[in-house]
Design a protein around this ligand. Structure first.
Ligand code: DI6
Ligand code: FE
Length: 404
């Protein structure tokens, strides 16, 4: 098994309950696909035939994790971007047959090969900034075959890039037009047919639902999550993005891995998240693009020690964003997260949001060797600058990743 010894490194291990877990003058040993040792330079092990990498003080962090994306879809929504600039709201566009449903039409019409080809540059953009784990949701098919098609594309992307991709079934993302006025029937279809089939085909790692005035109510959401749990699948929810319907608290009471968006989350719901250990996934890209002004309750989340993760929410409508470094900057600038919270949000807490924290998310002995070397010496540099990518090298499961 091959070994790599990093020396003279600045390591943001993300170990510990807060901060960077920063170590200067550090060394890190990779053995096979795992981290075998992290510590002080002077105490480093002396393996006989390891490749030695002199970091010259450069920063090592865990591989970045984008824990919430919708990056497999057909078409684009630039026209909607223009309509919003002329004054139409996201909810108005959705109500007039645009929004998610517009992307559903384009996704249904696209072949699997087309969806794959269109997703490639989106994945490449994320990888170029050190992403080593990615979540991709379905939810633009909204019928059994089209949802399966999306999830197959996600699986194919994982093979193509030899990347860990978590596939999330989001069949209850919006009401398909053919079910207008029959949302309960659609939920029954999701529970009885679409989800069980996707799971049988080995395409589901978790189940998500969009609880919102323009999507499904908390009771319908709960039904989907209950079906998922009956199948033994972990659950999460899009909740409190545009209004407070209580979806996040419901999902938390069911032990959800994460609840995502949360601009309209109430103080009482924060207590429910704290009690259940559910991760709050904040999506500053959508906040920014929709020119939202209601801030998520950051102070309350912090006070109750709810783990905060960040993600791109990459999608053609509310967050056409393909950069986790930009997301970190937006989280600091718009939400006033600290740069340490931002980095934790795209590493350890993102791993938790996917239920993978035992394996990835920090630089600790025994974890998978997903490591980014950055051309900076201080971790705040990652959140501070915009439009400059200092990613120098990426190791994924102990192997150097070639530029995509
Ligand atoms: N919230 C979002 O931000 C995405 N889905 C969701 O439930 C947006 C989906 C879209 O506008 O296409
Ligand atoms: Fe989303």
């Amino acid at each position: 098994m091959s070994q790599t010894l990093f020396i003279n490194a600045t390591v943001a291990s993300m170990q510990g309950a807060s901060g960077y877990g920063l170590r200067e003058q550090a060394a890190l040993l990779v053995d096979g696909d795992k981290i075998a040792w992290v510590g002080d330079m002077n105490a480093r092990p002396a393996p006989l035939d390891a490749e030695v990498v002199d970091c010259r003080r450069r920063l090592l962090t865990p591989g970045l994790i984008d824990c919430h994306t919708h990056l497999v879809y057909g078409g684009d929504r630039a026209d909607e971007f223009e309509r919003r600039l002329e004054g139409a709201s996201y909810a108005e566009i959705a109500a007039s047959g645009g929004g998610i449903v517009a992307t559903v039409n384009a996704t249904r019409a696209a072949s699997e090969a087309q969806l794959f080809a269109e997703a490639l540059p989106r994945v490449r953009a994320l990888l170029a900034e050190g992403v080593t784990t990615l979540e991709i949701k379905s939810g633009y098919g909204l019928d059994s075959d089209s949802e399966i098609k999306m999830l197959r594309v996600a699986a194919k992307l994982a093979d193509e890039f030899r990347l860990r991709i978590q596939k999330t079934f989001l069949g209850a993302h919006a009401l398909p037009p053919e079910y207008a006025g029959r949302s309960d029937d659609y939920i029954t279809l999701v529970c009885e047919e679409m989800l069980p089939r996707a799971q049988r085909e080995g395409l589901v790692d978790a189940v998500d639902v969009f609880i919102e005035s323009i999507a499904f109510d908390p009771l319908q959401g709960e039904k989907v999550l209950a079906c998922a749990q009956d199948l033994g699948l972990p659950v999460k929810a899009h909740a409190e993005q545009l209004s407070d319907l209580g979806g996040a608290a419901m999902a938390a009471r069911r032990g959800a891995l994460s609840v995502d968006h949360l601009e309209y989350l109430s103080a009482a719901a924060v207590d429910e998240l704290a009690a259940s250990g559910t991760v709050a996934v904040l999506l500053p890209g959508a906040y920014y693009v929709l020119r939202e002004t209601q801030l998520p309750p950051i102070a309350a989340l912090r006070a109750r020690q709810v783990p905060i993760a960040l993600a791109s929410d990459a999608n053609p409508g509310s967050s056409p964003v393909h950069s986790l470094l930009l997301i970190m900057n937006l989280a600091c600038t718009l939400f006033r997260l600290t740069p340490a919270e931002a980095l934790r949000g795209v590493t350890l807490n993102a791993a938790r949001a996917l239920g993978l924290e035992r394996d990835i998310g920090s630089l600790e002995t025994g974890k998978q060797a997903d490591i980014v070397m950055w051309d900076v010496t201080r971790p705040a540099m990652l959140s501070y600058r915009l439009g400059l990518n200092p990613c120098a090298a990426v190791m994924q499961a102990g192997q150097w990743r070639m530029p995509a």
